[in-house]
Design a protein around this ligand. Structure first.
Ligand code: LLP
Length: 423
């Protein structure tokens, strides 16, 4: 992702910023498109993972559909060229305005999350003399074995219709002439790394298909949602993501009839590895018990570590090869000695001088890597092994392409940071 040219370029860019490697993104999209095409599976990109305009333009150019969870996402998807016939709209709290706008845009499908919503969409479609295509989002009570904050398919979660509510769904569908039943939808959680979870999901989906068919509700679309995880420990992993094995599980375990379509809604797996958050060390505090690296980026730019205790690899680009747990990744890069020195010298006279950097002892230390926000939780991680670091060093937080820029906030009246791209 980084080479000496990127580093030289970074010197002239105000930090913090999101850096997008569009070549890597294209490779990821191609790998997913190839792996899904093998089984004729349809992929919708989960817009919530990243709605950066350049990213959206690129993703739609691969022919993926869009999975949206708000009227704003539906609008953005269509504005960025996603085919409205491939737009799906999920979400437990769709407002009347959002439903009406999606009806006007004639999207492919509403993924319905409650019996009440089903009736409301029928009424709103009736008022427009339209028919809305719908799939029922079912909460299958399958454990995703992921962080409990990003688990969505257990009975305790607010998402989807519980299995015991299905008779009421069938009854309501029979009374809703302005709805066209397309099929069933599932999304059990995010950052799922155990593919056995998906096998369990397939088994449950096979049972549920039978239930609908026995009640005269044939299923055309089976939408399995998203959730495929990435390796945060190895941002340079090759392959970037094992789409082949993921889709194979569904091919092996899901009962699919010849007239049925299988759909997915991948977000993280498509975009996570293609971006990094780039920041600079503002201050170094060396203490007796703790060393702190205080960055110019914080929870306002990337909140995942603070919200989900999420691990992101942290690297000091200015110091080259780094120490310990931060350097487990396959294909880790080696920076030429002196690159960091040149960089700092170009920017700010108060920063470390090139000579002092070159002459630095190069020892490894443990740092709590923190941001500037007035919250104690504004910490990317404690006890990070890094080479001895100095004011002005470029620090990157890897695997930040999914749920990074999109979850940024203006807390502390922080300004939105810019995005920088490489082709
Ligand atoms: N479909 C539905 C209905 C969803 O709710 C989601 C994500 C996806 C698809 C895409 O899931 P993915 O393939 O990206 O795992 N902010 C959290 C993740 C929240 C995921 C919400 N739903 C994080 O930073 O880990």
């Amino acid at each position: 992702m980084f080479n000496s040219n990127t580093l030289a370029r970074f010197q002239n860019i105000e930090t913090p910023f999101y850096y997008y490697d569009l070549k890597l993104l294209k490779e990821t999209l191609q790998a997913c498109a190839d792996a899904s095409a093998k089984y004729n599976f349809h992929v919708h990109y989960a817009m919530k993972a990243n709605f950066n305009p350049r990213v959206l333009d690129l993703i739609q150019s691969y022919g993926f559909g869009a999975d949206c969870v708000s009227g704003g996402e539906v609008k953005a998807a269509i504005a960025h060229g996603f085919d409205k016939g491939k737009v799906v709209f999920a979400g437990v709290g769709k407002s009347d305005k959002e439903i009406n706008e999606a009806l006007d845009r004639e999207i492919f499908c509403f993924n319905i999350e409650s019996v009440q919503e089903l009736q409301i969409i029928n009424d709103l479609a009736k008022a427009k003399n339209k028919t809305a295509s719908v799939a029922i989002r079912i909460n299958p009570n399958v454990d995703a074995h992921t962080h409990h904050f990003i688990t969505t398919g257990l009975e305790e979660n607010k998402f989807g219709v519980n299995i015991w509510e299905l008779p009421a769904v069938a009854e309501a569908l029979a009374k809703c002439p302005h709805l066209k039943f397309l099929g069933i939808h599932f999304h059990i959680g995010s950052q799922i790394t155990d593919l056995g979870v998906y096998k369990n999901l397939c088994i449950r989906v096979n049972e549920l298909q039978l239930w609908f068919e026995e009640r005269g509700l044939p299923i055309k679309v089976l939408n399995l949602g998203g959730g495929l995880g990435v390796d945060y420990q190895q941002p340079d992993a090759n392959p970037i993501c094992d789409f082949e094995s993921y889709f194979k599980v569904f091919n092996d375990f899901l009962n699919v009839k010849p007239n049925q379509e299988v759909h997915f809604e991948l977000g993280r797996a498509l975009v996570a590895q293609s971006a990094a958050l780039v920041s600079r060390v503002l201050y170094v505090k060396n203490g007796i018990k703790k060393n702190f690296l205080i960055l110019d980026a914080g929870m306002t730019e990337l909140i995942r570590p603070m919200l989900y205790q999420a691990y992101h690899q942290i690297e000091n680009l200015s110091r080259g090869e780094e120490a310990g747990s931060e350097r487990q990744g396959a294909g880790s890069r080696k920076l030429e000695p002196g690159i960091g020195s040149q960089e700092a010298g170009n920017t700010d006279s108060e920063l470390q001088t090139p000579d002092s950097r070159l002459n630095s002892p190069g020892s490894e230390l443990k740092y709590d890597v923190v941001g500037p926000i007035c919250e104690s939780t504004d910490c990317f991680r404690k006890d990070v092994d890094l080479p001895e670091s100095f004011r002005g060093d470029l620090i990157v937080v890897r695997t930040a392409g999914a749920y990074g820029e999109v979850m940024a906030s203006g807390y502390n009246l922080r300004e939105r940071v810019q995005s920088v791209y490489s082709e």
